[in-house]
Design a protein around this ligand. Structure first.
Ligand code: UD1
Length: 366
């Protein structure tokens, strides 16, 4: 009998972490059956369907359709919907990735049913418990049986929290596996020409953290900073639905009305990377983009007070800039004067992380 592994996806940053694992597990197809469940946390085509196509993910065996809501509503709905799926499919192992609400909800559901649980991207800590993702990370790691880490700081965090050494595996970064596989397509993509952008003539901006976009004054100040930047750089700003809603709610559209600010809808994976690889620099509050910039060597300003991915600052191109007016102005001035942070690619971010995970799962966890 084949062993059955069920991987959970739900929100935009999940797909690129699971896709390489799906491919790597296919190499063990005689012993393992790998299935996807989509929670439906993200449901817009531009936050979900396009990633399935681009990453060649198989259709999920179940789509739970939970949609948006408060944290409690969303988490509870995922748990309620995922439990009967587990009871129907009887997986031998559940895999959750990253730190979104779907990750936490499915982790809790699986362990309470006595199903072994693997967490990919375990151990990252911002040490900021006001971030919903931090709660999701801490709780998921506390209940996971197998913890796959992307960088040494994550291993240290897990050890400090008392996770036995034999459950922790430093394997590298499956998101970088995906990035590597689509990089040729991203470099060849016509989006830059379509938008009339010359290489290194523009900055890519993304903002979606609740701490940056859910408060009118904070979002207003950040959009003012974009106007300041637009005086000397074209700003390309693919906008997350959460941010778009906030801009409208707070009546901040006039701040974006500038010939050098190009607001776009959320982009597909390849299109977005196509913009990043030729950008002068990136400004973001995302988690994963910090890592993608480090891998492709593009300077990244992360508009947050903490990062759960310290290796991107230690060896990569990432610069943490707390999103406060004076600090952000100073950072932009530094860039205007020509400074660009250089970096190297962290160890094990080599495109083979998922293969390492698959081998460990098959040989040690089933
Ligand atoms: C979620 C993750 C975050 C991740 C981000 C990437 C949590 C706690 N947060 O944040 O870690 O970085 O995804 O995008 O899990 N919405 C749509 N269409 C959709 C989905 C959402 O319009 O398909 C809008 C809704 O108004 C919704 C809001 O975005 O209320 C927030 O969605 P939600 O899934 O709660 O969190 P994100 O901000 O997307």
């Amino acid at each position: 009998m084949k062993k059955r592994i069920l991987s959970v996806v739900g929100a935009r940053p999940n797909y690129m972490k699971v896709a390489p694992l799906h491919r790597a597990l296919a190499a063990y197809g005689e012993r393992v059956e790998h299935m996807l469940v989509h929670t439906g946390q993200h449901y817009d085509a531009e936050l979900s369907d396009i990633f399935f196509e681009e990453l060649r993910l198989p259709p999920p065996v179940h789509f739970l359709g939970v949609g948006s809501g408060t944290h409690a509503e969303q988490t509870a709905r995922v748990m309620l919907a995922f439990e009967p799926v587990c009871m129907e499919l009887h997986p031998d192992l559940v895999v959750v990735v990253g730190d979104v609400n779907s990750t936490l909800a499915c982790a809790l559901t699986a362990v309470k049913l006595g199903i072994p649980l693997a967490h990919v991207e375990a151990g990252l800590r911002s040490f900021d418990r006001t971030m919903p993702e931090e709660i999701n990370r801490v709780v998921t790691d506390a209940v996971a049986d197998y913890l796959f880490a992307t960088e040494p700081s994550a291993v240290e965090n897990l050890r400090r929290e008392g996770v036995p050494q034999e459950r922790i595996f430093l394997v590298g970064n499956t998101m970088i596996d995906s990035l590597q596989s689509v990089l040729p397509a991203a470099r060849a993509h016509p989006i830059r020409e379509q938008l009339g952008l010359l290489p290194r003539s523009y900055a890519v901006v993304t903002l979606h953290r609740p701490s940056n976009v859910d408060v009118a004054q904070q979002l207003g100040f950040l959009l003012e900073a974009l106007r300041q930047l637009a005086q000397w750089r074209c700003v390309v700003f693919p906008m997350h639905p959460r941010t778009r809603t906030a801009v409208q709610r707070f009546g901040l559209e006039p701040l974006l009305a500038h010939e050098n600010i190009r607001v776009l809808p959320p982009l597909g994976y390849v299109e977005f990377l196509a913009l990043v690889v030729e950008a002068d620099f990136v400004m973001t509050d995302s988690g994963g983009i910090q890592e993608e910039c480090t891998y492709v060597g593009i300077p990244c300003l992360t508009l947050r007070t903490t990062t759960e991915r310290p290796i991107t600052c230690q060896v990569g191109t990432n610069l943490l800039v707390p999103p406060e007016p004076e600090l952000l102005s100073a950072a932009l001035e530094l860039l205007r004067s020509g400074y660009r942070k250089q970096g190297i690619v962290p160890p094990l971010w080599d495109g083979h992380a998922a293969e390492r995970i698959a081998q460990i799962l098959v040989q040690q966890c089933l």
